[in-house]
Design a binder for this molecule. Structure first.
Ligand SMILES: [Zn+2]
Length: 258
């Protein structure tokens, strides 16, 4: 083999080895922390634009990868393909949604926040899920004179991936720690239209994020436990289940009839 050829082979080997080097899931290396910051800077204009257009939740994977160089794409793939078992993530892989799903945009939902009315950012739901949710709320309104709002509906896998990478900083750049708080892309019912999840918030702003203990004692929650099944909704993570997933009384999913 000529000297030149062997040089090329060594170069290709080294390039691949560095780009595909295993990232440390317990604590990112200084280089990888730097790489994460570079990715977030590259994403920033796109995220800003989608946020202004109110359609960040439906971000597509192609769009997220578009502004990146080849080696940055390989680096981002590490996060898209994280091993759920290695991270003890209990929620099974649900898949990455196709782009042919039709979403309804829910705008102008108003809830109280410390006594003041506040409008929630627009939310997305598959058409059939929104229809069933609306019927369920009409029934709840009749029975209780109360209504639950969609605090979070569909979030694309790309948005979930962005959220994951963007949250690393808050958890000392530990992938293992971040995975306890932010779902892995493909492992969230919020990104899975065939069993679409909704995080509910009531009109007084009681939700899972800020008031998890208060949600389970709401009459709205008691009503759901009795009636949601009639509208094909089910509680995803019940109390005292032995699957290791924490109780989330605000998180319900739709079972699409076959
Ligand atoms: Zn949820």
């Amino acid at each position: 083999m000529s000297k030149f050829l062997s040089f090329i082979f060594v170069f290709i080997f080294l390039f691949n080895a560095s780009a595909l080097a295993q990232i440390d899931i317990n604590r990112l290396s200084v280089d990888d922390v730097n790489n994460v910051e570079i990715l977030l800077n590259k994403f920033a204009p796109l995220i800003k634009e989608r946020r202004e257009k109110n359609n960040l939740a439906s971000l597509a994977l192609d769009e997220l990868y578009a502004p990146l160089t080849d080696s940055q794409r390989i680096f981002l793939k590490n996060f898209e393909n994280l091993d759920a078992n290695a991270l003890s993530v209990k929620i099974p892989y649900l898949g990455i949604a196709g782009s042919n799903e039709k979403f309804v945009i829910i705008r102008g939902q108003k809830i109280k926040d410390k006594g003041k009315l506040q409008t929630l950012p627009p939310q997305f739901l598959p058409k059939d899920v929104n229809q069933s949710y609306t019927q369920m709320m009409d029934a709840m309104q009749k029975d209780l004179g109360k209504h639950l709002y969609v605090e979070s509906g569909y979030r694309s896998s790309a948005y979930q991936l962005y959220l994951f990478v963007g949250s690393l900083k808050n958890h000392n750049y530990s992938i293992r720690e971040t995975a306890k708080f932010v779902a892995l892309p493909g492992h969230s019912e919020h990104g899975c239209p065939r069993q679409q999840a909704i995080d509910f918030v009531n009109e007084d702003g009681i939700d899972g994020q800020n008031n998890p203990k208060f949600f389970e004692v709401l009459p709205e929650y008691a009503w759901l436990t009795k009636n949601a099944q009639n509208f094909n909704f089910a509680l995803s993570y019940p109390k005292d289940s032995n699957d290791g997933i924490a109780f989330e009384p605000w998180h319900w999913h739709y079972n699409r009839p076959h």
